[in-house]
Design a binder for this molecule. Structure first.
Ligand code: CA
Length: 229
């Protein structure tokens, strides 16, 4: 259920907005004071904010700017004056919509719904995007935990994948076997640094065309390994 915060000093208007939004299935909280509203807005999580412009304490301009600094959820500004709406649009405070009083509560509900579904669509798109590393024909999909070399998928074990990904994320950085062992195997008591050597060998067998001349993971004699850039 989406949670909405209304900051509005006219109690009747705030209650009316709340009633309509609750009827549409939203969870709604009200603050009548700007200062308190700002505090609540920043300290708690809401999915959308409805801010009146003229408020005792902090005004709608200030609250909007401060919320936008920290959060990217929709903000609807409400004002009694058409002129103010033009002014706040011009200021580019980062509000998503502006409504002039008096407005019909169903109009408000419709706009709230539109902004929430738009926001969810955008947020959802971000989640769907996989985290991918691509270097000279080697492609590592961190989200799906899959690896390809020149479009051909390679099957890596969990630790092989973790080790390869760690090295690829730190290209041109030489790691000792001890460092790699403690990073990848963490607190596991099984195995020792020879495990690292074995895994590097296995990874090379899977991703290198010529194991004698590895083009991805380089051995730095007497030190450790480095992912070539
Ligand atoms: Ca007011």
């Amino acid at each position: 259920m989406s949670k909405i915060l209304i900051v509005e000093d006219e109690a009747e208007i705030a209650e009316l907005e709340k009633d309509y939004l609750e009827l549409s299935g939203f969870e709604v909280e009200i603050e009548n004071d700007g200062e308190k509203g700002l505090k609540k807005a920043l300290s708690e999580d809401f999915d959308l904010y409805i801010l009146d412009l003229m408020l005792p304490g902090a005004d709608g301009f200030e609250i909007c700017t401060k919320i936008r600094d920290k959060k990217d959820v929709p903000i609807l500004m409400v004002s009694a004056k058409k002129d103010d709406i033009d002014k706040i649009r011009g200021l580019g405070l980062g509000a998503d919509d502006y409504i002039t009083k008096p407005f019909s509560p169903s109009e408000l509900v419709a706009r709230v719904k539109a902004h929430l579904s738009r926001y969810e669509r955008i947020a959802g798109r971000d989640v769907e995007k996989n985290d991918i590393i691509e270097i000279r024909g080697l492609k590592i999909d961190k989200t799906a935990r899959r690896v390809w070399v020149n479009e051909e998928e390679k099957m890596l074990t969990t630790k092989e994948f973790d080790l390869l990904t760690f090295l690829a994320e730190h290209p041109n950085h030489v790691f000792t076997k001890e460092e790699l062992f403690s990073r990848i195997w963490e607190m596991e008591l099984v195995g020792d640094i020879a495990t690292v050597t074995v895994h590097i060998k296995k990874i090379r067998e899977k991703i290198e065309t010529n194991k004698a001349k590895p083009q991805y993971i380089e051995t730095i004699w007497g030190v450790g390994y480095r992912f070539k850039v």
